[in-house]
Design a protein around this ligand. Sequence first.
Ligand code: HSE
Length: 600
Amino acid sequence: MLYFTSYNARAYALKESNFDDCQSFVKAMLVKHENEGYTSANSINIGRLLPQIVYYYYTYLTLVNRGVIHLGDLIDVVVPTGNFGDIFAGYLAKKMGLPIDKLVVASNKNRILTDFFTNGRYDLHREFMKTNSPSMDILISSNLERLMYFLYEDDKKVSLLMKDLKEKKVFEIEEEKLKELQKTFAAYCCDEEETRETIKDCYEKHHYVLDPHSAVSYRCASLYHLPKTNHHVISIATASPLKFAKTIAESLDIPYEDDISTLYRIVDKTGVVIPPALKKILSCKVPQEKISKDEVEEEIFAKHSFVVKAPATSANLGPGFDVLGLAVKLYNSFKFEVSDKDELLGFAKEFTNENNLVLIAYQKAFRNLGLEPLKVKITQVENNIPLEGGLGSSSSCIVAGLLGANAILHHHYCLEELYELAIDLEGHPDNVAPCLFGGLVANVKDDKNVYHHGQYPVCSCLKFVLVTPKESVRTSEARKVLPESYPLKDVTFNLSRLAMLPLALEKGDLDLLYTLLQDRVHVPYRKSLIHDYDLFESLAKKEHLPFTISGSGSTMLYIVKDENSLLNRLKELKTTYEFKVAVVSMDEDGATIKKESDYE
Ligand code: HSE
C-alpha cells in the first residue's frame, strides 16, 4: 500500500505480477463489484481519457498563440504508449475536429502496437519484457478495443476480435482496414539503449531532462520527422524524470545508488524541480511490501470493521522532561465502523459525548483536509491505561482516533503527518511519539516549529514496573507546581544524566540507570502530589533500583530485569493509599490497526 495524495484513491503493489495481470485483475474486479462505486484511475476509465483530450487542444492553441502555426494548420503528434490510452485521447481530439494529421505510436521494445500498425496482426505470442520505460511494458493494450469500435462501427465485430485475442492470443484486421488506420497512425519503437542515448542527447542539446517514456516518444519523433512529414511534430512528454532515477543517472553519467541520494544528485546536476507529490512521498516512510491479489480484494471490497490498539507511554524517564518517552505493552483499543450516525460505545459516561478525544481526533483528520468527517461508530474494546495516571491515556485516544480516520481515508496521511496532527491536539510529543512509533523516542522542535523524532534501541532484558496510586494527578496541575527557572547546577545535573540515558537503556545497565533516572526539573516539585511517593522512593533507594515518576504522575516507574523481588517488597510496603502494579516490557511497534477478525 502506498500513501496517496487523495483520500479516496489507493495504490497497491501486487506480488509476482506485471501490468497485464494487474489490468486484467482490475477489470475482473470492476465487473464483479459493479455498482459498488469503484473505478480505476487508469485509462480503463473513460474519465481518464476525457481530460487528456484537452491537452491536445491546449497544445495546439499554445502553438497558435505563440505564432508557430496558424489556426487550421495540420500538426502531427507522437505519443508514447502501451495501453493506447493517451494516444486514443488524441484520436478523439482529432475526431472532434482538431487539425491533427498523423498520430504516431511510440513503443518501447514491447513493440506489439508497432507491429500491429505495420502488418494488421495483434499477436500476443511473444515475450513480455521489462524495460526502463515500465509504464509501456504492456502487451494487452486496453484502449485498442475502443479504436476497433471506431474502425468497424460494429460492436459484434469488435467482440469477435476480442474473443480471438482471448482464445487464440491473436487477432487480425483486413488489409483495407489496416490501410484506413495507416491514414491516421504511424508507428515506431525504440530499445532501452536508444532511450538512454536520447535522454543524454536531449539534455546536452536542450538542457531538458526527458523521463524514459518521453524519451521513447522523442526518439520516435526523430525517426518520423522529415521527409515523412512537413508538419510541425509534437512529441508528448509524460512523467517526471525523477520517478526514474536509475535510468536518468545511467543516461547522464551520474553515480547511482539505490537510495534517495541519486535523486538529489540529479536535482543538483540538472536543476529539475522535485514535484510536490514526490516530495511528500520522500518525506514519509512508505511501506514497500507487496500484497497478493486475494489480499487486495479483501482490503478493498470486504466491508469489515477494524481495531486500533494504542500503547501506554511513559514520558520524561527522569531527566528527559518533555522530550523523551517510552511505549510500553499496556493498551487501549478501539473498534471503528463507518456508520450512518456517530456512536460511542463502551466508554465511561463522561466520555460518551462530543468531548471524547478519540472522536475529536478522528474528526480532526478529516477536517484538516477540508472534508466533512464520515459518521463513525467507535467502541472501546480495551481500557487498560489509567486515566490521568501519567501513562499517556489521552495520547492513546488521540493517536487511535487519528489512525482510525486515516484507515478510513485510505492512508492519506503518512505517520510523520499524523505525528504533527497528534502533537497539535495533545501538546506532549513525549507521549504522542512513542504511542505512534513505538519504542524509546526523543523529540525536538526546530525554529520553524516543526517537530522531529528519533528512536533509540532499548535492551529487551529490561522490564518496567508501574505503580499507579488510586488517586490520579492532572497534568495541568502537575505543571503548575514547576518553577519558571532553574539554577544552572540543576540544568547540568539533568543534561549529564540525559546524555547518558539512551546508552544505559540500550545496554540494560541497571546500576547506571539508578543514577541516570534522577531528575531535578520536575520530580522534586511533583512528588508531593503523589500519595505515598516517599515510601516508593525509599524502597527504590534501599534496593538500588532506577526509579522516577512516569509522565506527570501519579504512576511511578521502576526499572528491573527480574520483577519478583520488587513485587514482594511492594506487597510488604505499609502504604496508606491503594495502588495497582503492572509489569510491562517495551512496545516496539506503536499503535497498530488490525481487522476485527485478526484482533486478539
Ligand atoms: N512531559 C509532560 C509532563 C508529559 O511531564 O508534564 C505529560 O504526560
